[in-house]
Design a protein around this ligand. Structure first.
Ligand code: NDP
Length: 237
């Protein structure tokens, strides 16, 4: 376990699923944690009470609200951008406004949050964004907008690593495969299809993703930046 005592951590999208596991992990390791939520106020407040963290409402689809939240939370030692969602359906049928909102939440918010965090971040700062193995491999139809958004994060990390590297700040993408959350429950209808692509035929657990995030945020990972870190049971292999 890493020791994050005294570290200031902001997690965008921490009320449920993978984000909640990341909140729990950093809180258990002694960090001072603030996390955002959008729709799940009750879950966010319960998690904050359980973990001794602070929950604040911020819609990742609202650029200026995201930038303001990051600025007001700074200086941050660690920023984690987890908020994200998928749209399912034929690209010819999806509503253009829904696709644009997905891009605002999954791409624009991580970019603007990362840049804003870096303004105040001290040497040794860490930025970690939750992408997806679908940034590398999209084996089913109906999810092109999601694949687009997660592959965009790869270019962002490569570029911002160059911008922030001279200040000792790292930026990395964690790319999960199927993880058992509300968004992708292991007992859902896609289970057999997804497990068919995998070498380890189960969904991952949010805590497993949180463990990778914690390592990237810790002192052993100071030489790791501009990189994608896949945790997917070989879904993308
Ligand atoms: P969930 O739907 O279970 O949880 C999503 C979390 O993100 C919630 O805390 C939600 O908060 C928050 N969130 C979503 N939209 C917004 C928004 N506009 N503003 C603020 N917060 C928001 O998803 P997962 O935990 O499964 O996914 C988390 C991340 O991991 C996403 O980026 C997803 O793309 C990625 N991922 C997930 C995989 C999986 O199989 N589960 C696989 C690969 C990647 P609230 O409920 O309060 O709105």
């Amino acid at each position: 376990m890493s020791d994050f005592a005294g570290k200031s951590v902001l997690i965008l999208g921490g009320s449920r699923g993978i984000g909640a596991a990341i909140v729990r992990r950093f809180a258990a390791d002694g960090a001072k944690v603030v996390f955002t939520y959008n729709g799940s106020q009750g879950a966010a407040e319960a998690l904050a009470a359980e973990t001794g963290t602070t929950a604040v409402p911020t819609d990742s689809g609202e650029r200026d609200a995201v930038i303001a939240r990051v600025r007001e939370s700074g200086p941050l030692d660690i920023l984690v951008v987890n908020a994200g969602f998928a749209l399912f359906g034929d690209a010819l049928d999806l509503d253009a406004d829904d696709v644009d909102r997905l891009i605002r939440v999954n791409v624009n918010a991580p970019y603007h949050a990362s840049v804003e965090a870096a303004r105040q971040m001290p040497e040794g700062g860490r930025i970690i964004v939750i992408g997806s193995v679908n940034g590398d491999r999209m084996p089913v139809p109906g999810m092109a907008s999601y694949a687009l958004s997660k592959s965009a994060l790869q270019g962002m990390a490569r570029g911002l690593a160059r911008d922030f590297g001279p200040r000792g700040i790292t930026i990395n993408i964690v790319q999960p495969g199927p993880i058992d959350t509300d968004a992708n429950p292991e007992d859902g209808p896609m289970r057999e299809l997804m497990h068919g692509f995998m070498a380890i035929k189960r969904h991952g657990r949010p805590e497993e993703v949180a463990g990778m995030v914690a390592w990237l945020a810790g002192p052993e990972a100071g030489f790791v930046t501009g990189a994608m870190h896949t945790i997917d049971g070989a879904f993308g292999a």
